[in-house]
Every structure is written in structure tokens, then in C-alpha cells.
Design a protein around this ligand. Structure first.
Ligand SMILES: O=P(O)(O)OC[C@H]1O[C@H](OP(=O)(O)OP(=O)(O)O)[C@H](O)[C@@H]1O
Ligand SMILES: Nc1nc2[nH]cnc2c(=O)[nH]1
Ligand SMILES: [Mg+2]
Length: 167
């Protein structure tokens, strides 16, 4: 058995796939906000949540978009998550009517920190791993805990050797 090829070592998400999955997330959330089905605002968890948050906000016609910046991973190694920039807390309050959007939940530690500041918000991610799934109210696709998800902003198209490579 050969070593796995680079494109087999994780779950690789294209821009197109991300767009479809973020739209599916918006479809799931549509009409479920607390104000006659409407949501008050979207808060993206930077940086990975920004692209999905933009797509969700566009689909649900939510014009108020803010960010919360959490720093935890250095490449694939996790440190203690820290909030380094808060959203406008006067706007988001306890989180009622607020959609918090991130690209994925892995261990759930990032969301644990974010939820502590907006306990009534609805948390939505596009992808979820089992360990962090309970931190999320809505998600689209689950992958196994040992899968690394590669996002389009972290990748480039490149040549790969065929399975039966030439010597
Ligand atoms: O559930 P957890 O184990 O806490 O991991 C999930 C978080 O990790 C990644 O962000 P990262 O901290 O790498 O920063 P980035 O979004 O700026 O790339 C991802 O975008 C989530 O926000
Ligand atoms: N890109 C990426 N960032 C992460 N942060 C925590 N888990 C992951 C993952 O699977 N992929
Ligand atoms: Mg992130």
C-alpha cells in the first residue's frame, strides 16, 4: 500500500463547496430567528468564520455584521483560546437574535470562550467534529475527529503524481 497522496490526507474544501455548504447553512437558519423568524445580527468568528458569515448574511438579508477575534491555533497546534477583539457588546447584548458563525468546530474550545460572552446567541458552523458538536446549534457536515479540514484560502492548485507514478 502506497502512502496517501497529499489530497487524500484531509478533507479538502473548494470555494464552490464552501459556498454551497454555507448556503445550505443559511437555508437551515432561515425563518428561525426569535423576531418573527428574523435574526438581528451576524457575528463572524475571525478569521475562518468571515467567508461563511458573509454568505449567510447575504442569503438572510442581514445587514448588521460584526466580528469577534479569537486566537488559538498556531498552524495545527492549539493553545489557550483568547478573545483579542470583541464585537459591539451594546449591539449584541446577551446574544439574543444574534447568529455566531464559524467555519468549523473541532474541540469546541473556541466556541466555549465565545459563548461565554453571548450566552443566548445561536451558534452555527459549516463543519463539525464530534468533540465540539455540542457547542454548536446548527451545522451542515460532520467529519471524523481525526480529519483535518483544509479551506480554500489555505490551498493552491498544484500537480500531484498519478497513483502509478513514473520512475
Ligand atoms: O473548536 P476548536 O478546537 O477551538 O477549533 C475551531 C477553530 O479553529 C480554527 O480557527 P483558528 O484558531 O485556526 O483561527 P483562524 O480562523 O484565524 O484561522 C477554526 O476556524 C475555528 O475557529
Ligand atoms: N483549517 C482547519 N483549522 C482547524 N482548527 C481546528 N481544526 C481545524 C481543521 O480541521 N482545519
Ligand atoms: Mg477560526
Amino acid at each position: 500500500m502506497q502512502d496517501r497522496l497529499p489530497h487524500e490526507k484531509g478533507f479538502h474544501v473548494s470555494w464552490d463547496q464552501l459556498h454551497r455548504d454555507a448556503r445550505a447553512l443559511a437555508w437551515r437558519l432561515d425563518g428561525h430567528g426569535p423576531d418573527n423568524g428574523n435574526w438581528k445580527a451576524v457575528v463572524a468568528i475571525t478569521r475562518g468564520g468571515m467567508a461563511p458569515a458573509m454568505i449567510v448574511a447575504r442569503e438572510l438579508d442581514i445587514r448588521t455584521v460584526d466580528t469577534i477575534s479569537v486566537k488559538s491555533y498556531n498552524h495545527q497546534t492549539q493553545a489557550d483560546p483568547k478573545v483579542i477583539k470583541f464585537p459591539d457588546m451594546a449591539l449584541v447584548g446577551d446574544g439574543t437574535g444574534v447568529l455566531i458563525v464559524d467555519d468549523l468546530v473541532d474541540t469546541g474550545r473556541t466556541l466555549e470562550v465565545v459563548r461565554a460572552h453571548m450566552p443566548k446567541a445561536h451558534v452555527a458552523t459549516v463543519y463539525a467534529k464530534p468533540q465540539g458538536r455540542n457547542q454548536v446549534d446548527s451545522f451542515i457536515t460532520e467529519v471524523s475527529q481525526d480529519t483535518w479540514i483544509f479551506f480554500p484560502w489555505d490551498m493552491a492548485l498544484q500537480y500531484v503524481q498519478p497513483y502509478r507514478g513514473v520512475d
